[in-house]
Design a binder for this molecule. Sequence first.
Ligand code: 1CP
Length: 356
Amino acid sequence: MSSSARRQLHHAPLIDAAAGRTPTRTPVWFMRQAGRSLPEYRRVREGIGMLDSCFMPELLAEITLQPVRRHNVDAAILFSDIVVPLKAAGVAVDIVPGRGPVMESPVRTGADVAALPRLESPVPGLSEGIAGILAELREDQALIGFAGAPFTLASYLIEGGPSKAHQRTKALMHTEPETWHALMESLVHTVVAFLRQQIEAGIDMLQLFDSWAGYLSAREYREYVLPYSRRIFSEVADAGIPRIHFGVTTGELLGDMALAGPDVVGVDWRVPLDTAARRIAHAAEPKALQGNLDPAMLFAGPGVLREEIRRIKAEARRAVERGHARGHIFNLGHGVLPDTPAEAITEAVALIHEED
Ligand code: 1CP
């Protein structure tokens, strides 16, 4: 999409906060805001496989818009999954209910990496789905596109499914660095193709999820992961849209993740935002921050919720005043837990939007 064809947003709080301008209100969206916490999601997904739904444009647009209508969040996050570009490229992967992505054949050798298909053509249904979402969003509401970062995708491919310790992934990077680097090269290609398609279709912002990067030491991250995430951010920079980078338990990696080149760094609930900002500003240019309410606090009732939101907003304000951060996008420290009461999410959004 040429920049003139891109939707012009007006006073979109999310875009303003990411760009270091003062937003009209504290922008908020929640990771995993679409999905199992919503009865309307469970209804439309009935009898349809998770991965199948990601290739059905009307359904993916409807699911993306459900939390925006219900909660009054400032952004929609594209309903898809980090394994969608792999599936579209021809990798045999399924999403098993209650578990997550599972590979038919794990990728563990140089020959496996050489045989791994790359995304060479558009993901079916994706561009049409994005057009359907953009047609319904207000001009102050952003659509966030996303992809999984190469390390997190590699973990699913190598382990064969969700992993607690990522042991085969780490063993491979240390024992067969050539195989590791070839796998990262292949994944950079697929991730960039997936993001470019979303950019062409008109997303307003993007997030690169390196969800499991926090399992790495800073040394491992710098040698085996950072160069590839950095390439992805630089290859999509020409789109001119804000780029967010996020992972869980990344307190020790925040500075390095900022060096990958995003405009916004997501922080989980373990590190206060002012501390996170100091770590980032020490290593790189100051970034906008995203975060960092503990998803469990959505179970704690309105009194606790209000106090936690106040604390987080104050920590973000302090970081901006000190020149360590350029702005703040409110979010959870990780995704909405599947059994979260939908009403608690609506209530949290209202509290976040309230003036303090
Ligand atoms: O049937 C279902 O409803 C399954 C649950 C589900 C959902 C709703 C999965 C399986 N994926 C999704 C959608 C999804 N996945 C979205 C869009 C919805 C939204 O955010 O509102 C996004 C952004 C993702 C991204 C994703 N998938 C990540 C990165 C974000 C994160 O939470 O860290 C990861 C790690 C995945 C893998 C994945 N897919 C599904 C599950 C249960 C998992 C995690 C499995 C594990 O613990 O390893």
